[in-house]
Design a protein around this ligand. Structure first.
Ligand SMILES: [Zn+2]
Length: 117
């Protein structure tokens, strides 16, 4: 029977796609790979480059036809990702308030975005 739970370094060795940082091409250090969640064959993995300190959040899914990963660039630490995933979700009321806030062209946030684009 195959061991279900793998250590971050064992998982890292299997995920050759995550071997190098896409920003500086420095080889990732297995010690900077954090498996945040494991559900059956799926993993949520946070990887930080020890050279440029950039981080990527990988969703790793094992299917019948192979391994599939999707990487998302993030400025969150592994601890922050866990805190946000376990925290309360965004309510409709909060989303509506945010929409009203950014729709108001008199506030500084809108000016900042409009100046940027
Ligand atoms: Zn890097």
């Amino acid at each position: 029977m195959e061991e279900k739970s793998k250590s971050p370094s064992q998982l890292f060795e299997k995920l050759r796609l995550m071997k190098k940082c896409p920003f500086c091409e420095h080889n990732y250090d297995a010690k900077k790979v954090v498996v945040l969640e494991e559900q059956e064959e799926n993993r949520l993995v946070h990887v930080t480059c020890s050279e440029c300190n950039s981080s990527i959040l990988h969703i790793v899914v094992v299917t019948q036809i192979g391994l599939n990963t999707m990487g998302i660039i993030t400025d969150l630490t592994a601890e922050e990702v866990l805190r946000l995933r376990r925290g309360p979700g965004v309510t409709e009321e909060t989303l509506l308030d945010f929409h009203k806030f950014i729709s108001n062209t008199n506030n500084s946030f809108s000016k900042l975005i409009l100046d940027y684009i």
